[in-house]
Design a binder for this molecule. Sequence first.
Ligand SMILES: *Cc1c(COP(=O)(O)O)cnc(C)c1O
Length: 385
Amino acid sequence: MIKPNPLVMIPGPTPIARSVMEQLGRETISYNDLRFSVEFKGLIEDMKSLWRCEDGMVFIAGGSGTMAMEMGISNTASRGERVLVCSNGFFGDRYVNICERKGFDLDVIRAEWGKTVTTEEIEAHLAKRPSSVVVVTHVETSTGVEFPLREAASMIRAGHPDTLLVVDGVASVGGAEFYMDWGIDIMLTCSQKCLGAPPGLGAVWASPRAIQKRESMPTIAESYVDFVQWIPVMKDTMKYWGTPAVNMVWALREGVRLIKEEGIPERDRRHRLYAEAVRRAMGALGFKHKAPIELASPTVTVFLYPDEGIDDAAFRAAVYDEGAQIAPCQGQFLGKGFRIGHMGNITPSTIVSLIAAVERGCVRQGIKIELGSALAEAQRVLTGV
Ligand SMILES: *Cc1c(COP(=O)(O)O)cnc(C)c1O
């Protein structure tokens, strides 16, 4: 049998559109060749306007999402300042770890895995312990939970106008709808998730308040991720700080062009439809999604096995052999289930192929299912029948 690459149905990297891949094959030119500079500038302007950050700034730099997390917090809080991190799981805890190294007066609220820190909890906490910065994760990839971002952002803006809101949007930007004008000060992501490009670039949106905050801070310990180093480059892409990843910038530019063409509201609607198709399909096979439905992420879903009898690694390997790669769980859920990324530039055909591969994987593993039952559920959701 021929062995094509499996579908990459994990929370990043995601399937890459041909037009995005083609950008990587272009002949590399200098970062200060005017032709590149104009294209880079266009990307920055599109990212600002699409997510309503016209008066703020966008920073694009080589690195992964974790680099963007570091950039986001390093520029908004100084040693000794009070920072509240709300953690809904593995990546929230990663942000706690990043903050612990920076000498903040750090407060942490942790949700039970599969739930979210609520707006009310944040409000009650801030009433007692006002913070310079609140950090949240828009979509927590380890649990598939979507944080109530719009509600929390307006609460913070109204009740604590001096507090900056930093959002890890790595698993949401380009999938779930949000806009900077909801009251977000820092939004961050990277190229390989819902933006639909290969791994390699981090991106950070900063509100005018966030830029003012950095400008009011003394020199920060970090150099590469310092806004002050990058501001001249992001305003005038002929300038130099660290060499831009030329071909990756082109790839991201094409990824963002596809998002612009589709439109953010449509992109959100499409992701939520696919999420429902995947949930219903997996439900038909006996896999329960962990997040409560009202918090279910549009971009990634965590499923738990119905019983202890399923060998996690062998099950995922069987699905891989059948043509789709799904991800292991993390942290508390490790070994107890799997994660499916349904994000980026995918179509109903991608979803149906994924589900068919999971069904065949079940059969190979001797898991009792009714063949075609998951596909039928997905097809109903996708067709609206
Ligand atoms: C993937 C992910 C990260 C980390 O991104 P890397 O590119 O792996 O560094 C951070 N936060 C969330 C929510 C993620 O899904």
